[in-house]
Design a protein around this ligand. Sequence first.
Ligand code: ATP
Ligand code: MG
Ligand code: MG
Ligand code: MG
Length: 466
Amino acid sequence: MKTSADIRQLFLDYFAGKGHEVVESSPLVPANDPTLLFTNAGMVQFKDVFLGNESRKIPRATSTQRCVRAGGKHNDLENVGYTARHHTFFEMLGNFSFGDYFKREAIQYAWEFLTVSLALPPEKLWVTVFEEDEEAADIWLNEVGISADRFSRIGAKDNFWSMGDTGPCGPCSEIFYDHGEEVAGGPPGSPEEDGDRYIEIWNLVFMQFDRSADGTLTPLPKPSVDTGMGLERLAAVLQGKHNNYDIDLFQNLITAIVQLAGIDDTTHTSARVIADHIRSCAFMITDGVQPSNEGRGYVLRRIIRRAIRHGHKLGLKQAFFHKLVAPLVNEMGDAFPELVKAQPLVERALALEEERFADTLDNGLKILDQAIDAMADKEIPGETVFLLYDTYGFPIDLTADIARERNLTIDIAGFERHMEAQRNRARNASQFAGGLSENLIIDGETVFCGYDHTRQEATIMALLVD
Ligand code: ATP
Ligand code: MG
Ligand code: MG
Ligand code: MG
């Protein structure tokens, strides 16, 4: 069996053999982009190269990039525990051409790597192109010679990529793996596509145009290539698993979790969610994020609290999350030495956050249960959501997550009304006191942290509602 470590190495070696410079993963906090919450793709560290603001000696690169998709444009937090293929933290294998090769080589390399180096059967693969990209369609159908039965043309929503509202953009071509008819779901572009039968493994982005503010597309003088393939999804394919959480990378983590919980169900959703969350949380802290009430730190805090709540569901009432750092380091320390160095720091930060949330979680859950018992309909009142948020430290998405598990919804508008009232009280209080503080202290804990925090919650809700 090919391990994830083998696959990672095979990928980098393949592209090194094609003249690509092997580049280290950059940190999760992007160095060159304050607008981006976390590094969410392999191309992020090369953004300035693609924009032409920076040049590299070698115009080809390959990497395995640690990524987080738990906020902003790409938010997969709500998918974790619900699909077989999404993580908040994953590794993206990528090859990049900076004005060097273009569609033909990118497609040929991808196909050769999958079907020759990894010996995947072509009849298990499905390819899509952007509906207007005749050039890519021609290469796939007539040069590579894939079957027209496993090929589709897709619209801009999934198959046209852009860096922002203006700047580099272009069509994509994606490769999917067919996990077989026992899994529900149809091929890409079909009405049943939402299932998990055909899982997207590789996205090839052809940066072909420069979009101006008025929307005009001008061909780039030196078109480029950016590709991304999820290591965990590829490992699932090669290890004969349908669910990413069944691959080798997750087994030690999940075993550690079920052992701590004293259960033996290694497919328990909560165990999978916790295994996902320890990876994102540990790497965020490694890369300099600390739990806090705003920005990146608040994303981290929200994920930690969700993990602790899932532990609670498994009967883990004592601090446990920080104990998973050691098995994670065993699993990933070789590929990411920075994690080994940061281990004590990560453990401390997680233990502290667990301590902080332990008491309020238990009490908050009791309050929530009482409120649910008293409900006449299927919506948790805004007042309860607010009380949990304000006094018990339940980020609003945590309450929403619990609600979703029980087929309930939360009253967001009601929550916001309470939030607004709170804001007015805080404003008045600080006027009377003549102070500048926007924080309220309840039970010795700072629970309301001013307008940024509020805005943050509003953004989170916008994402949840999406
Ligand atoms: P999906 O449609 O499955 O959500 P995507 O189109 O959002 O994937 P891309 O942005 O094209 O993904 O990213 C490139 C590759 O990274 C994907 O083809 C997939 O293999 C991997 N990938 C994307 N998101 C995740 C995730 N949340 N967890 C694991 N792998 C991911
Ligand atoms: Mg996605
Ligand atoms: Mg997709
Ligand atoms: Mg994609």
